[in-house]
Design a protein around this ligand. Structure first.
Ligand SMILES: Nc1nc2c(ncn2[C@@H]2O[C@H](COP(=O)(O)OP(=O)(O)OP(=O)(O)O)[C@@H](O)[C@H]2O)c(=O)[nH]1
Length: 373
């Protein structure tokens, strides 16, 4: 077992949490899906002498203001452009259906095919078509462009239950376990998430519970280094023990968040699925109630198989959320609609590239507009 320290983040000014938590707690201050994370549980900071200059809001660890850099209007606009370009492959084949001049059965048939090819699934496709016809009749839509706008509306409505903001602060540490098939983007997403948490001033401990692959631990170590956070790992040992040690260390060291990375596995590898369930159980022995979040990372390219993964991992682990990566360049982005229709587990984040800024919070309206604009 080794546990090494990677440099401590700068101490946080005492008055920062109060200001930021007030902002976070303000009703309606945070539109759904626009903040990286939220901490409505931060305890108010002690009074600060009036002469002391105000601390920058983003430095607050516990308060973790929802906005950080990514939710600034400019940052969000940049994200929307990347999202739109990332979803182009999925969106263009659906949009082509609306380039004609007539709304007739042929259009709806073509749309059905396009939605199915985008891996929207039979149920969600049926739902969207029925909704679209109803809306088109009700609004007396007469041209394909108007029908396309109605489709964007119906899709956003279908996807809305998937919107959820990651909340930290109700538990200290908030323990987040991350699972998924090999290469789905778990470690990269954990790295990006760590960066956002660290930027918001939260203290993070990473647990490298992929004890099989040295490269996976090294990869996580690079993210830990970059973000100046601590990491706990163990070569060739029991991944559940790493989870236990990390959560115990997170408690002892007063960390805000412990992120547990696990080895990739297929839902058909039953012994490995049982191992995941064991990691989950053992983490709960280190801290009753933990893990507070169990996230599945899905590769957006896997299409309908992603739904099978959601079902299998949810059955084994009782998922609390999803991260959908690699939506850039996929023609199968419709799978989010299938998930919303058949297993609506919240999507905390979506990814459209390998860069740090390519992972963002999921917003149903943004997604459907980016897809169908
Ligand atoms: N294009 C694109 N690539 C991504 C995205 N997210 C992750 N990747 C890439 O996907 C590859 C696999 O990512 P990892 O984070 O190593 O995946 P993992 O799930 O941890 O892999 P295992 O540990 O082998 O199970 C890397 O090359 C990442 O850079 C994304 O949103 N878009």
């Amino acid at each position: 077992m080794f546990s090494f320290f990677k440099k401590k983040p700068a101490p946080v000014p005492a008055d920062a949490p109060a200001a930021a938590s007030a902002a976070a707690a303000e009703p309606g201050a945070e539109p759904a899906g626009l903040g990286w994370l939220r901490n409505p549980f931060a305890s108010p900071a002690p009074e600060t002498p009036a002469a002391q200059p105000a601390a920058p809001a983003v430095a607050a660890p516990a308060a973790a203001p929802p906005a950080a850099a990514s939710a600034s209007p400019a940052g969000r606009t940049g994200w929307l452009l990347r999202l739109k370009s990332g979803l182009r492959k999925t969106g263009s084949s659906i949009s082509t259906v609306f380039t004609g001049t007539q709304i007739d059965d042929a259009l709806y048939e073509e749309l059905e095919t396009a939605l199915l090819l985008a891996d929207t699934g039979v149920k969600a496709t049926g739902h969207l078509l029925a909704e679209l016809k109803r809306r088109a009749k009700e609004r007396r839509a007469t041209d394909p462009a108007a029908v396309k706008a109605l489709l964007a509306e119906a899709l956003a409505e279908l996807l809305r239950p998937l919107e959820k903001t990651l909340v930290i602060g109700a538990h200290r540490p908030t323990v987040i376990m991350v699972a998924g098939v090999n290469g789905a983007g778990k470690t990269t997403s954990i790295g990006k998430l760590t960066k956002h948490l660290a930027d918001a001033g939260a203290t993070v401990l990473l647990a490298a519970a992929d004890t099989f692959r040295a490269a996976a631990r090294e990869q996580l170590g690079v993210w830990a280094d970059r973000n100046m956070v601590e990491i706990v790992g163990q070569e060739g040992g029991d991944p559940a023990a790493v989870g236990f040690d990390a959560v115990s260390a997170g408690k002892a060291r007063g960390k805000d968040v412990v992120l547990v990375d696990t080895a990739g596995r297929l839902p058909t590898q039953l012994h490995l699925m049982q191992e995941l369930a064991k990691i989950r159980r053992v983490i709960g022995k280190a801290d009753a109630g933990a893990p507070h979040e169990v996230l599945l990372v899905l590769d957006g390219n896997t299409g309908q198989n992603a739904l099978a993964q959601v079902r299998a991992f949810d059955d084994a682990l009782q998922l609390t959320g999803l991260i959908v990566t690699k939506l850039d360049g996929t023609a199968k982005g419709g799978v989010l609609a299938a998930i919303a229709q058949e297993r609506p587990i919240p999507v905390y984040f979506i990814g459209v590239g390998e860069k740090l800024e390519d992972l963002e919070t999921f917003n149903a309206r943004e997604f459907s507009q980016a897809l169908l604009d």
